[in-house]
Design a protein around this ligand. Structure first.
Ligand SMILES: Nc1ncnc2c1ncn2[C@@H]1O[C@H](COP(=O)(O)OP(=O)(O)OP(=O)(O)O)[C@@H](O)[C@H]1O
Ligand SMILES: [Mg+2]
Length: 335
């Protein structure tokens, strides 16, 4: 997809200060999201997906802090914005959908009031206009009988309907980018499919870009244009969705795909070993100790990004120009 990126994340690093010292949860993460594009951020629990999302929104709180990198939104450095300006960016430019719809909604206000409040805060509508706009939004996210539902409290709605309300809240200020952190994980499989279909539809209707965070490769395959695979705080592979699924180039991506259920005729392969604890990463490639393809060099220095296909990169020495000999230069250097 052509065009300037909507969001560029450049070497983002986020650290948590713990009793045993600083722990790097997000380690020099770089990616771009272009207008109208869906990027999937996938990886196992604890790899840093949510911290990446919160960092983009500048919502990381102590003991966490962003220690490095840049976040460029439409070319503007988000890290340099005063908090008041950043508040306007949140919602009006970049909206976030959280995993647990019940905790993200306020139980003591009707969903109509919550939508109206969001519209009012961003100067989109007020009074009767806000109520009408709230009903339109509920209608847009395919909530049946929106005129009646607008006066419901969150607990009167099913989980799937609550997630639709959260999507309506995210859409309220017509953002250009939605960051959705595991938007379907808490839902039944059939409800999940409906929410994913809705996200796809909203994306087209509102011309949105989407950063979709999921640990489910099947979800990513169904909705993403590109996929970035995270492991222990780093993006180890990134590329167009078809390439990631058909020609994965990082051993971790291959192992993840092999452990994915539902591939006909394929046996489920669990990945040997476990994810290293943040703060206790091996010196070289973080996946090295679990990797069947590892060799000496993997244990010394973390690999940089190597170009492994059109718009595809992987942090793996298997792709270094001279994989087994003298270290060769990376094809396009670390990002
Ligand atoms: N409040 C905190 N204090 C200390 N460390 C934290 C804190 N929050 C997150 N971390 C560290 O950041 C790492 C990444 O956490 P994150 O929530 O981003 O994982 P995730 O990929 O979203 O996982 P999941 O799939 O379970 O949601 C964790 O492994 C943890 O070590
Ligand atoms: Mg998470």
């Amino acid at each position: 997809m052509a065009g300037a990126p909507l969001l560029s994340v450049e070497r983002l690093t986020t650290v948590f200060d713990t009793a045993s010292g600083p722990v790097t949860a997000v380690d020099e993460v770089s990616f771009e999201i272009r207008p109208g594009e869906t990027l999937g951020l996938v990886g196992e629990s604890g790899c840093g997906k949510s911290v990446t999302a919160l960092s983009i929104m500048r919502l990381v709180v102590a003991p966490g802090r962003i220690t490095g990198g840049r976040l460029l939104y439409r070319g503007r450095d988000l890290g340099a914005l005063p908090e008041a300006d950043m508040r306007r960016v949140r919602g009006a430019e970049i909206a976030m959908i959280f995993q647990e719809p019940m905790t993200a909604l306020n139980p003591v206000f009707t969903i109509g009031d919550q939508l109206a409040e969001t519209l009012a805060v961003h100067g989109r509508a007020s009074g009767r206009g806000a109520r009408a706009a709230a009903i339109d939004l509920l209608d847009a996210v395919r909530i049946p009988d929106p005129r009646l539902r607008v006066d419901d409290y969150p607990h009167q709605l099913s989980g799937g309907m609550r997630q639709r309300v959260l999507i309506a809240l995210a859409l309220a200020c017509r953002p250009a980018l939605i960051v959705a952190d595991e938007p379907t994980t808490a839902l039944d499989v059939t409800i999940q499919a409906g929410i994913l279909a809705l996200l796809r539809e909203m994306k087209a209707a509102f011309g949105l870009s989407l950063l979709l965070i999921t640990h489910d490769l099947g979800v990513a395959a169904g909705i993403c244009d590109r996929v970035a695979v995270m492991y222990a705080g780093r993006i180890v592979e990134e590329g167009p969705v078809r390439a990631i699924f058909r020609r994965p180039q990082h051993p971790y991506t291959r192992a993840l795909l092999a452990s994915m259920p539902g591939v006909p005729g394929q046996r489920l392969t669990a990945i040997d070993g476990s994810v290293p604890a943040p703060g206790a990463l091996p010196a070289g490639c973080a996946f090295g100790p679990r990797c069947r393809d590892r060799f000496d060099r993997c244990a010394t220095t973390p690999p940089p990004d190597y170009a492994v296909g059109p718009e595809q990169r992987a942090k793996c020495y298997l792709h270094a120009p001279a994989a087994t000999g003298v270290p060769g230069p990376p094809t396009h250097g670390p990002r």
